[in-house]
Design a protein around this ligand. Sequence first.
Ligand SMILES: *Cc1c(COP(=O)(O)O)cnc(C)c1O
Length: 483
Amino acid sequence: MRYVSTRGQAPLLSFQDTLLTGLARDGGLYVPDAWPVFSAADLRALRGLPYAELATRVMLPFLGGAIPEGEFRRLVAAAYAGFDHRGVAPLVQIDQRLWLMELFHGPTLAFKDVALQLLGRLFDDVLGARGARVTVVGATSGDTGSAAIEACRDRAHLDIFMLHPKGRTSEVQRRQMTTVMAANVFNLAIEGSFDDCQDLVKAMFNDQGFRDTFNLSAVNSINWARIMAQIVYYVGAAVALGAPDREIAFAVPTGNFGNVYAAYAARAMGVPIARLIVGSNSNDILTRFFATGAMVPAPVTPTLSPSMDIQISSNFERLLFDLGGRDGTAVAATMERLRADGRFSVTPAQRAATAGLFAGWRCDDAGTRATISQTWRDAGLAIDPHTAVGVAAARAAIAGGAGEGPALDPTVPVVALACAHPAKFPDAVEQATGRRPALPARLGDLLQRPERVTVLPNDLAAVQAFVRRHAHLTGSVRETGVA
Ligand SMILES: *Cc1c(COP(=O)(O)O)cnc(C)c1O
């Protein structure tokens, strides 16, 4: 198995190089050069497996022999051992045809943990084998920084420096980052905005000498290994509900399109997925795209589901690559049109290719609150605002109202993805249910734990000096390098 860039100009890479490289040199995203396909018998053989074993078998074909099977099995088992539900991604039925898949049982209470807990271990394993180190740098508005920190903490071959805007994250979000006492974790509270933090990270990557000296790296959502790890729970839900002998549909609250693209990948691998319902909040560029075939950005509006307050979804490029017959030159031309004209359209043939499979559904903040209330009333379950967008999309599809396409067959179960624990967004949940959701017991003392954080001015030289002083460099970094 080799990996190709969606823009067709970057070198083909092995799994390890794809993992460590992230964004391709031509600006594209890496995808496997062919989808491994599971036969009906292969899928049946996955029924009833423990999650870590299911995950090992689903992901193994993507490694191309890069990591020995036994070693990979150990990494996967370690990644999911810390989840507080033994099913890792359990299904809960909330209506006749509607299930929730709970993806928030990891250390930071959001679905990003499912991929990142494995990603950190894969980085460490590959870096260790090469005798190399990387320095992970990132910026967060509070939402996703903790998942990256938990993924990197205590790993032997990397350090992580996470920038957040001082005083502008919620206390729970800040403490999920700053109470991690690992020696390779550095929280930097920047006297500035989230945009300032992002600009500082970009400037560090653009400083070629600094970038090479410290082997800067990112664990962001375009990394192929994150998609790979997310394919697993789609396969698991499908076989649990009757695949390959019964079709299934998923409703996915979507931001960068990484999660729903993983569902698309599961389908490409042979899982009988009848429909993918793409849930958006008021930032509804994808809803409009699936209705019209035109990707037309609008200004970003803040909503109750901040992880979906996104306009251009970076992972959409991976779908575009497949829709256009895997023609990297055509994808590069489309991305250039987006840069030059601020928008693009797909051809009628490409649109036809998505029409039966994808359906877009928009749910604004009022709809989000109503869905949280309804789910509390009807099923006795508190759901977070992101999850609510997915549940609203699922209910619309069941009622026959989501997107174009034919109505869903009534025998098809619909699984909505629960992407965050309700206690991560307690204000919105309390407003809609009248009850404040409690943090799980293992985080119960979060507000009493000591914090470690360094306040720095919004100044590149100050941030770089801090990284220089604290990164655990080895002398050989520049020579060993990371492709
Ligand atoms: C990241 C995130 C999303 C969006 O997922 P994408 O893969 O970016 O589409 C939705 N909900 C929550 C809670 C998230 O953290």
